[in-house]
Design a protein. Structure first.
Length: 131
């Protein structure tokens, strides 16, 4: 009888935790607000990152990779459109190196989508080394 009671308590506790987590997630979703991007009007470079599979880890990793690139000022990732936009410092950001970094982290089909106000329009996607 005590064993059954113990199992019952564990099941009830687990169900309570799940309900609390869902409630907490809804509170977080409802409390988010839009954040201004590139308020200084810096030049931007947009990347297509079709290999992003989830917003929780892939989109976060994409933002991290691009934020670490020299000359990157701000990064915003739009998971739904599989794009990332980087506000850059002119002459200090290397789009090819950024694509290579994305490819090195498993985002193999990443490409330069567009360049707005970016002086170097010859940037091409990096080839993945044969291996």
């Amino acid at each position: 009888m005590i064993r059954h009671f113990g199992i019952f308590v564990v099941l009830i506790s687990a169900a309570g935790c799940n309900q609390q987590s869902a409630s907490t997630m809804n509170d977080v979703d409802n409390s988010t607000t839009a954040v201004a991007f590139n308020v200084e009007g810096a030049p931007t470079v947009e990347f297509s990152v079709p290999d992003m599979m989830c917003p929780e880890s892939c989109a976060v990793k994409t933002k991290e990779i691009l934020s670490e690139q020299p000359g990157a000022k701000e990064v915003v990732v739009d998971f739904d459109s599989k794009t990332a936009t980087v506000a850059i410092e002119n002459g200090k950001f290397d789009a090819e190196a950024a694509i290579a970094a994305l490819v090195d982290h498993g985002f193999e089909h990443s490409t330069l989508k567009s360049e707005a106000d970016h002086a170097d329009s010859s940037a091409a996607p990096a080839e993945k080394p044969a291996g």
